[in-house]
Design a binder for this molecule. Structure first.
Ligand SMILES: NC(=O)c1ccc[n+]([C@@H]2O[C@H](COP(=O)([O-])OP(=O)(O)OC[C@H]3O[C@@H](n4cnc5c(N)ncnc54)[C@H](OP(=O)(O)O)[C@@H]3O)[C@@H](O)[C@H]2O)c1
Length: 286
């Protein structure tokens, strides 16, 4: 039996290290592999994963495939349906069951690691890809006051804002990246969530930050979904502004724990997963 992760690129991913540690801790004879697959190869990958002789029992989905896999699965959980994005697939009898554990992973990370309450908060989301979709739908259920979505491609932000408005009655707006509107939205935010690949090692712009310190309120919490590197350029800007800062490692572990339980039926060894992922990050830094 085998598990793995599909994405492109995968150089940043700590999922193999984290899940191998969890599988070994639980004494499960299951492998976990990185399956680096460019967009043009995704159809072939999905067909292979369905085949009984592939031995695939499930897989994680990362950049840039979450929305494409949502369209390819045979069934989707309520969370995946709502988000229009899948990060975890369970394969059973040649059928693909899509889940979205990013949302719950994000909410748990903020509650457990930052003691954050969403109720009545103003939230700015940077990015509108697959990860942003899971995050936005889950945080809306936590009753914030408003959500502003800013993305490089404005149509994608507008599409996500429309999907959110269909499911939630709070205030939803969009802002353009680099425009004055973004600075104004950031200034008024209690929580800024960075969901783009900017700042990610092996990504398109590892040295980039979508906000400067002048735009970030000192009272805000800045959560960067990027976990590799552990301190992104945006997190440095946020620290300069005096804001509270948290990187994406905690979300990686909590979303992974949900997936582990869906695949194996076993309780996820969260501490083991945290330790394996953060040790790997430390090694990469040295
Ligand atoms: N910590 C965790 O557990 C966790 C979970 C999920 C994801 N993540 C991280 O979240 C990030 C996004 O993942 P995803 O699955 O949403 O990827 P995705 O679907 O490919 O979306 C990528 C997003 O990044 C934006 N982007 C890419 N290059 C950009 C640039 N040069 N300037 C400005 N914006 C740019 C895209 O904007 P356009 O729409 O304009 O292309 C889009 O909003 C990744 O770094 C991933 O590792 C972390």
């Amino acid at each position: 039996m085998r598990l793995g992760i599909v994405g492109y690129p995968l150089g940043h991913s700590l999922s193999p290290v984290m899940f191998r540690a969890a599988l070994s801790h639980c004494g499960l004879d299951i492998t976990y592999d990185p399956w680096e697959t460019p967009p043009e190869g995704l159809g072939g990958f999905v067909e292979w994963a369905r085949r009984p002789d592939s031995g695939v029992a499930g897989f994680n989905v990362t950049v840039p495939h979450k929305e494409a896999v949502a369209a390819a699965v045979d069934e989707a959980s309520q969370e995946a349906e709502r988000a229009g994005a899948v990060n975890t697939v369970v394969v059973r009898d040649g059928r693909l069951h899509g889940h979205n554990t990013d949302g719950i992973g994000f909410v748990l990370a903020l509650k457990e690691e930052a003691n954050f309450t969403f109720d009545g908060r103003r939230v700015l989301i940077l990015g509108a890809g697959g990860a942003a979709r899971g995050v936005v739908m889950a945080l809306a259920a936590e009753n914030p006051e408003s959500v502003v979505i800013a993305n490089r491609t404005p149509e994608r932000a507008q599409r996500l804002a429309q999907d959110l408005r269909r499911r939630w009655r709070g205030v939803v707006d969009t802002a353009s990246l680099g425009g004055e509107g973004l600075g104004r939205a950031a200034e008024k935010s209690d929580l800024i969530v960075q969901c783009s690949t900017v700042g990610m090692s092996h990504g398109p712009d590892p040295a980039g930050s979508l906000l400067r310190s002048e735009d970030i309120p000192g009272e805000a919490l800045v959560y960067d979904l990027v976990y590799n590197p552990p301190e992104t350029p945006l997190m440095k800007e946020a620290r300069k502004a005096g804001a509270r800062v948290l990187g994406g490692l905690s979300m990686l572990v909590y979303q992974g724990a949900e997936g582990f339980e869906a695949w194996t039926g076993e309780k996820a060894p969260v501490k083991v997963m945290f330790r394996a992922a953060s040790d790997a990050l430390d090694r990469a830094r040295r």
